[in-house]
Write a protein that binds this ligand. Structure first.
Ligand SMILES: Cc1ncc(COP(=O)(O)O)c(C=O)c1O
Length: 400
């Protein structure tokens, strides 16, 4: 039996890409996980979630365990609508779809809007899992560089104009993480937010705004693209993974109702009623603003610590971006192939994500790495950065 003869052409094309999850190698036991974009274990509210699940089952018995779930899922929608309203995103019920995390949201958007004839524009670098999702649907990925003000919209304008005059495919979708970006931690400036929306109107594309870290600001959160969008070009994706718990798989899409209908067509019941109902029960009892204040204080302090350790232990040639929110610090290590160095780092008990995984053209990321300050304790972070500093120094000594 020739197994691949059963795969349609689009699946065959997708399977030619690098396998998903290559950026997450098996980690040795007790490894210091500077690679993991997970919440700090102490900040995951397992006790409250346990109480919420117990209360849910006491009050509703078997109902949350059926296919259709419970009225509490409608309540979750309302709770999310209320949070969005606080960020100045006003949403009608038919403009919001709850998903199994932001990843399902990105996948649904890609599934509905992309195929091999459609191009998607992404930031370079960008969230590696989104790249993997887009590659499942199209090979036409257009990378636009970012700097410390986020996506370089002038560069985008130039690429669009050049492609138009050369008769090349124009992107129908642009994926951006405008606030506390993964992996760089950068935030798109207000001026560029407006410019991006103008370009979307001029060249008729949609914007997928991934706001996974939008509420994790060390100061004020900037105005979202969705708030600035007056015509419905922005599909806004959010998640409770980074502020509550990723294993609950609760995310959402905000968009024009016709888009939402199309996404729900394909989502069917592939999400999780029990997790959603439990999340609703949890949110009924928690003061999320208070919780966010605590998260921001902890992550701000951890990000400052990580920057101090980098300064203390990494060679002087290394540079990094100081984020104003989110989970990550993006580091440039001139002269080091960070993918090559990873094996030694893992053997020494520390993980990070090599920069190449965040670029459609992997060569661009060779000298970068992403460190996460969210997951590990300050003591372990310091130990990990010290080990990495020594590895970088010895790598540089060998190659010079
Ligand atoms: C930018 C970005 N978007 C989406 C996600 C995934 O979120 P979720 O757990 O809600 O699928 C992540 C998680 O790391 C992320 O960094």
């Amino acid at each position: 039996m020739k197994i691949d003869s059963f795969f349609p052409d689009n699946v065959k094309a997708a399977l030619k890409n690098d396998p998903p999850g290559e950026w997450m190698p098996a980690l040795p036991k007790k490894c210091i996980r500077l690679s993991s974009g997970y919440p700090a274990p102490k900040l995951v509210p397992s006790g409250e979630i346990k109480a919420a699940a117990a209360r849910l089952l006491d009050e509703e018995q078997d109902l949350p365990l059926h296919y259709l779930g419970t009225p509490r899922m409608e309540k979750l929608k309302q709770q999310i609508q209320n949070r969005l309203a606080e960020r100045n995103i006003k949403v009608q019920e038919d403009e919001l779809l709850i998903t199994a995390g932001a990843c399902q949201a990105i996948d649904l958007i890609a599934r509905v809007l992309l195929d091999e004839n459609v191009a998607v524009a992404v930031e370079a670098p960008t969230y590696m899992e989104a790249l993997e999702i887009f590659r499942n649907y199209t090979n036409q990925i257009i990378s636009i560089p970012i700097d410390d003000q986020g996506l370089r919209t002038n560069e985008l304008a130039q690429v669009l104009a050049e492609r138009k005059s050369a008769g090349l495919t124009l992107p129908r979708l642009l994926y951006t993480i405008p606030t506390f970006q993964n992996p760089t931690g950068t935030t798109l400036s207000g001026e560029r937010r407006n410019h991006l929306l103008e370009l979307a109107a001029e060249y008729d594309f949609l914007i997928l705004e991934d706001d996974a870290y939008g509420e994790l600001s060390f100061g004020e959160s900037p105005t979202t693209l969705k708030t600035l969008d007056t015509v419905g070009r922005v599909l806004h994706v959010g998640s409770l993974s980074k502020v509550v718990a990723p294993g609950m798989r609760v995310g959402w899409i905000v968009g024009e109702s016709e888009f939402i209908t199309a996404f729900s067509w394909f989502k069917k019941d592939l999400d999780h009623p029990f997790a959603q109902a439990t999340m609703a029960a949890y949110l009924e009892k928690v003061d999320l603003d208070e919780r966010l204040t605590e998260l921001k204080t902890v992550y701000r302090s951890k990000s400052e610590r990580l920057a101090q350790y980098i300064k203390k232990y990494f060679p002087e040639s290394v540079s990094w971006y100081v984020p104003q929110g989110g989970y990550f610090v993006w580091v440039k290590v001139p002269g080091v192939d960070t993918a090559e160095m990873l094996e030694k780092a893992l053997a020494a008990g520390v993980s990070y994500v090599p920069g190449r995984f965040f670029f459609a053209n992997q060569q661009e990321g060779i000298e970068y790495l992403r460190l996460s300050f969210s997951y590990e304790s300050e003591e372990r972070m310091e130990a990990g950065v010290q080990i990495l500093g020594e590895l970088i120094a010895s790598y540089l000594k060998k190659t010079t």
